[in-house]
Design a binder for this molecule. Structure first.
Ligand code: HEC
Length: 125
């Protein structure tokens, strides 16, 4: 009897792994806000104010992405570099992870656009 169900399990597993592969290849069509909530809010907070659930245990406070003065002092390239290569690459704390292996260029651009919405500003030229 049990054997009758095996092919169903195999099919289900295949579809789950298939979906994960598509996601990790950056084929998800999540918005910048959704990406931020999924990957960044744990430290930077849902509102981007730096008070995510993990922030209280970190020795260096996550950047407050709603801080207009600080954020407007960074170019988009600065932000892309910090996100892609991690805090260390921009002389910030290693507690800011590098996301280049997990997020593709389009997703990182969407995140930068979302950061600009959070801090309500353009970069200073
Ligand atoms: C494990 C906690 C953690 C996660 C998750 C995290 N960050 Fe950070 N992030 C930090 C910390 C801590 C800093 C502050 C580093 C410093 O000031 O030395 C930081 C700094 C930054 C900076 C640099 C700001 C500046 O001052 O130039 C950017 C940009 C940033 N994070 C974006 C993101 C984005 C986008 C995500 C999600 C893809 C993310 N972070 C996820 C902890 C985290």
């Amino acid at each position: 009897m049990i054997l009758r169900y095996v092919p169903v399990y195999v099919l289900l597993l295949a579809s789950v792994f298939g979906a994960q592969t598509a996601q990790s290849a950056g084929e998800s069509d999540a918005s910048g806000e959704e990406l931020y909530h999924a990957y960044c809010s744990g430290c930077h907070g849902i509102e981007g104010d730096g008070f995510g659930v993990n922030s209280y245990d970190l020795d260096v406070a996550p950047r407050d992405h709603t801080d207009t003065d600080e954020m407007s002092a960074r170019t988009d390239d600065d932000l892309i570099k910090a996100i892609t290569e991690g805090g260390k690459a921009v002389n910030k704390s290693v507690l800011m992870p590098a996301w280049g292996e997990n997020l593709d260029d389009d997703e990182i651009r969407l995140l930068v656009a979302h950061l600009r919405e959070l801090c309500c500003t353009e970069a200073e030229q």
